[in-house]
Design a protein around this ligand. Structure first.
Ligand code: ADP
Ligand code: SF4
Length: 697
């Protein structure tokens, strides 16, 4: 693939499209789809998902972590048997079909493996429990020399298998605090033999493994080593010694390790942090901007002249070009940006920048990945390439009458996406109507919360896309009631009215509204009222009651704190923002609350609301009063389904008004992740069949 050029004028981005050797093989360009898990392992989805990245122009496309030994289980991709390797043939074929290199991230989780199904112990350099709640609760066996030799032999066998099924690049992976880093890290390695103590000793396991893999397959495949560098000790309970990096490798030691191993490595894959510094590893935009870790990761260049791939939610083409031109990185690495837009390289090549679906750093892909199937807020086709046959850039033309009048009520994520897909399918009479003056739905207020500005990119992307579709008209500032919908003149009505926050405190603890919680009163507020409608709490002390325990409650608390109020965050969860762990936000946002000195009341339910305070109850039923001037209810969202139910309640009336079909999509069905609302809008947009009009003689 070559970058587009005006005749006689080199493209500004040409350096991103130059081939580069990686050991015995050559990458066609500088776009590198990094290893990341997808949730489905080696299912058929895998080949189709990764192949789509290759089709979109990524010159290297990698797997999830493929585990070399059974004691690394449960495995993202088991890779300790020949059968496991054969299952990856379709992956290699799908990637090669588009001229890209296929990379496999061979790894071993060591102390955070949980091989309970296999009924064998986890193994690690020392017998120290891994301190990350999403993973192991096991205490590993300290590896004896036989264990070390056996894992190294497993690694070599896996590398041979990988080469034999067609992989071009093979990792000796040490990212995400995995086994080689557990050896290198003085935090986990307390050994006193030749594998512990000095840096040279702690590096020995990794160096030996790289050397063995290189001897076995180095003439055929590029040898890639991934490591996560860290700047300084991370905040958190795990910090016991200021000099230790708890998740990755401290930058000084990382540079020393790179110098020790450089002669064995064809490509360095540099990321930041590790599992214990999970906020850093997953880098949610809530906390970290694009390229936030470049000041540390780009310093690896000081220690090597070999090719480097670096990452950092890189979506800006100018930044990518500058990183490659400067020589700090040779490849632009991406996990999330390649999920959000598999065609990002091709769009940069064609300089079609406003068509790029930029990753917003929300990490809903990771949340869904933990549930077993990745998805994406910006790209609803992610993970559906094989299962539903969806292509991110191609849409079947409607097989019905393209001029059928279609009304979409609600221009939130579901409505916007549905309109876009209908427009792409050639529909000419799509009206997207919203009561609000702008499209975006709940993102309009949500992206105004502290840290959530990047989420507005979803509506900006859709606005740009819809502007290019003449068949879609956005009608702002129009609230449609039942009669207005019936009289609109539409033949198909799609209800996407969303799910605002409960106005009476309906919640998961009492499974009922809270006595006294009524958002029409001055001292009771919903998040929408506070952020969008300018309703001010009548006094300084404000309880934020957070049953969601994810993002909104903490962000509302921070908004109040920054505006000079004294928020008190009450949550029935014992861990504040407990559901923000999988997105990586949890540790970072709790640290922010603690630093700001916000009063936290975890493990308590609000049972009554009064004008000058609330009643809270602990787990064993003891109640007490908390004095407050107001409460913000972040209890649960409730589908705004009245319009839909009214419409479908009288089929004859629909017929009299010429309405042939009514659908509902997004949060109006049930409030879910943003990725689900977008998905459902996309799904209906693709599936909608509109019969051709009856010909009138
Ligand atoms: P989703 O996430 O499912 O897309 P949102 O809550 O983000 O839902 O968006 C729903 C949108 O629907 C909001 O922008 C809201 O203003 C709009 N809306 C709700 N009811 C009506 C109505 N009766 N007429 C017009 N717009 C409506
Ligand atoms: Fe990026 Fe969010 Fe999509 Fe993940 S889900 S790739 S973080 S936009």
């Amino acid at each position: 693939m070559t970058a587009s050029t005006t005749p006689g004028q080199p493209s500004r981005y040409a350096c991103l499209f130059e081939p580069l050797r990686i050991g015995p093989t050559t990458a066609p360009n500088r776009f590198y789809a990094l290893p990341h898990s997808t949730g489905w392992g080696v299912a058929p989805e895998e080949a189709a998902f990764r192949g789509m990245r290759a089709e979109g122009g990524w010159g290297v496309v990698c797997t999830s972590t493929a585990e070399v030994s059974p004691d690394s289980a449960p495995a993202f991709v088991p890779f300790w048997g020949d059968e496991d390797a054969r299952a990856m043939v379709p992956f290699c074929d799908a990637v090669h079909e588009h001229g890209a290199l296929a990379g496999i991230e061979l790894g071993h989780h060591g102390a955070y493996a949980t091989p309970m199904y296999e009924r064998i112990p986890a193994v690690a350099p020392s017998q120290i429990q891994f301190d990350y709640p999403l993973f192991s609760r096991t205490i590993p066996k300290a590896m004896e020399r036989d264990d070390i030799r056996r894992v190294q032999a497993d690694w070599v066998a896996a590398a041979r298998r990988a080469r034999d099924v067609g992989f071009d690049l093979v990792y000796v992976y040490g990212g995400h605090s995995s086994l080689p880093v557990q050896f290198l890290s003085p935090y986990y390695n307390r050994r006193t033999d030749e594998y512990g103590g000095s840096l040279e000793n702690r590096a020995r396991f990794w160096l030996e493994t790289i050397e063995l893999v290189r001897e076995a397959i180095g003439d055929d495949c590029g040898i890639v080593v991934r490591l996560g560098v860290e700047s300084a000790p991370q905040a958190g309970l795990g910090v016991v010694d200021d000099r230790l990096a708890v998740g990755g490798v401290h930058l000084d030691e990382a540079l020393a390790f790179v110098r020790l191993a450089d002669h064995l490595v064809d490509l360095w894959d540099v990321c930041y942090g590790g599992l214990l510094s999970a906020s850093h590893d997953l880098a949610p935009s809530r906390v970290f901007g694009e390229g936030a870790f470049l000041p540390w990761t780009r310093r690896v260049r000081e220690a090597t002249a070999k090719p480097i791939v670096g990452n950092g939610r890189l979506t800006d083409a100018d930044l990518m070009r500058d990183l490659v031109r400067s020589g700090d990185f040779d490849f632009v690495g991406a996990a999330r940006p390649a999920i959000a837009d598999p065609f990002l390289p091709r769009k940069i090549a064609a300089e079609r920048f406003d068509e790029i679906r930029e990753c917003i750093g929300c990490n809903q892909c990771a949340q869904r990945d933990f549930l077993g199937h990745l998805g994406c807020v910006q790209n609803p086709t992610a993970g559906e390439e094989q299962r539903r046959g969806w292509h991110p850039e191609r849409f079947d033309r409607t097989d019905g009458d393209p001029d059928t009048p279609i009304l979409i009520v609600g221009a939130g994520p579901a409505g916007m996406e549905c309109a876009r897909v209908l427009g792409r399918r050639g529909h000419t009479m799509v009206h997207l109507v919203d009561a609000a003056p702008k499209m975006g739905g709940h993102l309009r207020w949500f992206s105004a919360l502290p840290g959530f500005r990047p989420w507005a990119r979803v509506q900006e992307t859709q606005e740009l896309a819809l502007e290019r579709l003449p068949g879609v008209q956005f009608v702002p500032g129009k609230r449609l009631d039942l009669d207005a919908v019936l009289d609109y003149g539409a033949e198909v009505v799609i209800v996407a009215t969303g799910a605002p926050w409960s106005r009476d405190g309906l919640n998961r603890v009492t499974r009922a509204p809270i006595p006294g919680a009524d958002a029409s009163r001055p001292h009771v507020l919903t998040p929408e009222q506070l952020v969008l409608e300018g309703k001010r709490p009548p006094g300084p002390r404000v309880v934020v009651y957070d049953c969601e325990a994810e993002l909104t409650g903490v962000a509302v608390t921070q908004l109040l704190e920054q505006a000079g109020f004294e928020p008190i965050l009450v949550s029935p969860s014992f861990l504040i923002a407990e559901h923000a762990q999988q997105s990586g936000e949890g540790p970072a946002i709790r640290a922010e609350l603690l630093r700001a000195g916000v009063e936290l009341v975890p493990g308590h339910a609000v049972t009554a609301v009064a004008e000058h305070g609330v009643t809270v109850r602990d787990e064993i039923g003891r109640e007490r009063e908390v004095a407050a001037d107001a409460i913000v209810l972040v209890t649960q969202r409730v589908s705004d389904e009245a319009l839909y139910l009214d419409l479908v309640g009288d089929p004859q009336r629909l017929e009299r008004h010429g309405i042939r079909a009514v659908h509902r999509i997004g949060d109006v069905v049930a409030p879910r992740l943003l990725a689900e609302a977008t998905f459902e809008g996309h799904q209906l947009g693709r599936a909608l069949r509109v019969a051709a009009p009856v010909a009138v003689a």
